[in-house]
Write a protein that binds this ligand. Structure first.
Ligand code: ADP
Ligand code: MG
Length: 259
């Protein structure tokens, strides 16, 4: 098989205006390992997508290609009609619009909560410090943690740290938020406080792609649920259809193991 070094262009129609993400026949290899296989995906503004699947199926790799934390070798990824290829300007433009929340929070331990939140607005957006502080406090209030603004991440619980991480993303006022198993490193009693914040965001119309096995969340807010296995999108359907009437045996097996 030939592996293109550049994303191919022109072979498919340009993305629809309503789509904020368009992935066309995207393939990615890690060396000889074909980690993402012919991925096709369109996401409209305001849509909430939940991605599930077994460990190692390529979920993280897929969402990481959407803000170019990972490259791909063939096909195309458009975010807000911007082609994510090797063009650094395009990559920067997309990263201004797409924020990611990780399993392990990734807060700077030597900075206070407030400093974690204002860092990017001040240095990337060139926002005056006073305005950045106001913005940060606004989002800390929204995730109900404003009283922790002057603490360091290590002084907070996991659930609080994850809410700080979400508020930090919101400070960049992104068009799209990507979540990679945001609750799977948390103690069970802290999962709900993070999911509650995510549900609120979803209901306010944020475009979201969430890798999660929290199927209650998927049932409550997802417009579509995607099941991935072995680098492929095996099934994609509305939550009712997905849970009540899964088509593929692989999806059925997976659901029987986690529900
Ligand atoms: P998931 O998030 O579904 O658990 P990942 O996207 O993290 O899966 O990984 C998919 C596959 O790619 C796994 O087999 C993993 O071991 C492999 N993989 C992930 N990152 C790398 C990498 N940087 N180099 C080589 N293989 C990788
Ligand atoms: Mg993963």
């Amino acid at each position: 098989m030939t592996v293109a070094t550049e994303p191919t262009t022109g072979a498919v129609p340009p993305p629809s205006k309503e789509d904020v993400i368009t992935v066309n026949k995207m393939n990615k290899w890690y060396g000889n390992f074909h980690v993402l296989q012919d991925i096709d995906l369109s996401v409209r503004k305001g849509e909430r997508i939940v991605i599930c699947g077994p460990s190692g199926s390529g979920k993280s790799t897929l969402i990481r290609t959407l803000n170019r934390l990972e490259t791909y070798q063939s096909g195309e990824v458009y975010v807000d009609s911007i082609l994510l290829g090797d063009d650094v300007k395009n990559i920067e433009a997309v990263r201004r619009e797409v924020c990611m929340v990780f399993q392990h929070f990734n807060l700077f331990p030597h900075m206070t909560v407030l400093e974690n939140l204002t860092l990017a607005p001040i240095w990337v957006r060139k926002m005056p410090k006073k305005q950045a502080n106001e913005l940060a406090m606004h989002y800390l209030e929204r995730v109900r943690i404003a009283e922790q603004a002057h603490k360091f991440p290590g002084q907070l619980s996991g659930g609080q740290q994850q809410r700080v991480a979400i508020a930090r993303s919101l400070c960049m006022q992104p068009k799209i938020m990507l979540f990679d198993e945001p609750t799977s490193a948390l103690d069970p009693e802290m999962v709900k406080e993070v999911l509650d914040v995510m549900v609120e965001l979803a209901k306010e119309g944020m475009t979201m792609l969430c890798v999660t096995h929290e199927m209650g969340f998927a049932k409550e807010v997802a417009d579509r649920v995607i099941f991935m296995d072995a680098g492929q999108i095996v099934e994609m359907a509305g939550p009712k259809e997905f849970f009540d009437n899964p088509k593929s045996d692989r999806t059925k097996l997976f659901l029987s193991q986690i529900l």
